[in-house]
Design a protein around this ligand. Sequence first.
Ligand SMILES: Nc1ncnc2c1ncn2[C@@H]1O[C@H](COP(=O)(O)OP(=O)(O)O)[C@@H](O)[C@H]1O
Ligand SMILES: Nc1ccn([C@H]2C[C@H](O)[C@@H](COP(=O)(O)OP(=O)(O)O)O2)c(=O)n1
Length: 233
Amino acid sequence: MSLTIAIDGPSGSGKSSVSREVARRLGLAYLDTGAMYRAATWWCVRNGMDLDDQPGVAGLVEHIPLVMVTDPQAPTVHVDGVDVADAIRDSAISTAVSAVATNLVVRAELQARQRAVIAGEAVGGFSGGQGVVAEGRDITTVVAPDADVRILLVASEDARLARRARDVHGTDDAASVDATRDQVLRRDADDSTVSQFHVAADGVVTIDSSDLDLEQTVQAVLSVVQRVVGASA
Ligand SMILES: Nc1ncnc2c1ncn2[C@@H]1O[C@H](COP(=O)(O)OP(=O)(O)O)[C@@H](O)[C@H]1O
Ligand SMILES: Nc1ccn([C@H]2C[C@H](O)[C@@H](COP(=O)(O)OP(=O)(O)O)O2)c(=O)n1
């Protein structure tokens, strides 16, 4: 049986870390859909595109030579043969990505590619999977509403800001948390205009990771998977 696990949530809720670890433990592929929007942004910047030029951005992204490597041990992203895994985490890309991710033509193109990966038609560099863990903002609702397991991972604003501050600045002192607000809160507000990832849709299980550590959150996801898969076996 091929298993699809869909996980959505706001920035800093722990989607990427948790999804990757769950995929690794279950021997599934891991698809970071946020990395696809980041790669699309990198490609537009690389080609000198004005990100406010919506038709220009859409035209470029429709033909992006993008390969997602979905091995959870070493997930990576290639654009036109270049490994962009580090470049797409640059703060310039984090700041700009919502402009590209709210372009509806871009969304349609990347959602189609995400469905192809989830269907096992385009899994770059990882063939051992018995399914996939796909995470983002609209996986439980739009990309894979029929997924076997659908989870909304949330955490309080304070927890998410502190986590992102530690990631980016190595500390969660007041100045670092403040410097992180744009990347977390403004971006979530912009992204919310095209996806609903603060409230669980019907049939989606909410996990609140505010007071959990990474291992406890992984365990919480695994127990939902166990419950759902056990019930359908
Ligand atoms: N309970 C938790 N669950 C998941 N990640 C956590 C948790 N506590 C702290 N973290 C840390 O928070 C950071 C942000 O997680 P990340 O997976 O990048 O979130 P997202 O993909 O939702 O933006 C990571 O460094 C992660 O290790
Ligand atoms: N399925 C998705 C995944 C990400 N996005 C958008 C939302 C974010 O601003 C960017 C980057 O996503 P990413 O998951 O890397 O964001 P974080 O930095 O982990 O918060 O893409 C989206 O619109 N739909």
